[in-house]
Ligand binder design. Sequence first.
Ligand code: GLN
Length: 447
Amino acid sequence: QAFLARIESLNPTINAYVSVTADAALTAAEQADARRAQGGQGPLLGLPLAHKDIFVTEGVKTTCGSKMLSDFVAPYDATVVQRLKDAGMVMLGKLNMDEFAMGSSNETSFFGPVKNPWDTTRIPGGSSGGSAAAVAARLAPAATGTDTGGSIRQPAAMCGITGLKPTYGRVSRYGMIAFASSLDQAGPMARSAEDCALLLNAMAGHDARDSTSHPGSVPDYRASLNQPLQGLRIGVPEEFFGAGLDAEVGAMVQEAIQQFTKLGATVKPVHLPNNPHAVSTYYVLAPAEASSNLARFDGVRYGHRAADAKDLMDLYKRSRAEGFGPEVQRRILVGTYVLSAGYYDAYYRKAQQVRALIRQDFQNAFAEVDVIMGPTAPSAAFGLGEKADDPVAMYLADIYTIAVNLAGIPALSLPCGFTQAGLPVGLQIMGNYFEEARLLNVAHQYQ
Ligand code: GLN
């Protein structure tokens, strides 16, 4: 009730929620109480949370931030939604996001931008901007997000919360509306690493409905939170501190990294020489996959359908033109172009080759260090509208997050202080495959 009241008073300003499921939440809370009275246990039992509106929810609208799906109700729950429900969590509602998770500022949403709770003239980051803003404004104690190229970590950094992108395959993608299937991964967003550990415990694990989900067992992420960091080897890539990085953010991140030496860690430089190619590689591969995934929105099977179509072709064309916003249309155009027969070798194949190099860079670095640290984003939250007309400037906001998705490794963003202007800054901690427990342990030890 406290969260629902807070949502009612603050959401009109923040715009983090696109749907609030108040009645269902109160019923679920009562059911959780009943479960507890019958001896039910578990750290998440009865706790509220909200889902990014990219996860399908049975009987509740799932819009993906798009006009295309503005009235779509799925007949089933995503695996992530199901697992958190099974753990006894109470869904408060669905959270705003960039349209089809394409964006870094939450300004591409059909439902209007989310405002950063620290300064409502600024963006919350994206695409999981609703999730980050909801947790930061205490409109939910925890939220789910998805990260294809930084969409958990960058908004977490800009809203001053903790967000974890797990290893590709750690969490099931079943029921998560697909953007770029080889990059998409769901993860927790919460106030602390400890809260993220509790959520990941429930979210992670093999799912027979997602053939890319990892069959290995899931550790208890809470069990290792208090391990001492004595001897931890931290790598700092110089490629993450070059041109384009805001000086104040850079200094704060360096200072945060130095804090770990007081806990017994050592810091050394590492190299990720292909990182400068990450943004261009991603913006070939992600649109290519998106153009294929989004072919399903044809006005026939589900989603927006144009009125009075002349014939089938007219129905397809107008449904898609009316249903998709400009950024989504741009991605489809780029994606179909790079996949077209004449340009496939020049763009798509080349990008796949560079992706392999980026992956190898991380493996070389992890032969020498346990974790890699750097900024999550090149600046603190920027102003609403500031980059909205310049897609390339917007894409550069992803410069430190995207290589992680191309490699498939896990990474976390942890709040590390505030700028002079009072805006939160995030420290990014990257680990090798399936090292989520270590990332959460390192983040939990940070003071
Ligand atoms: N900003 C990136 C993009 O627009 C990342 C999005 C994401 O991780 N979903 O594609």
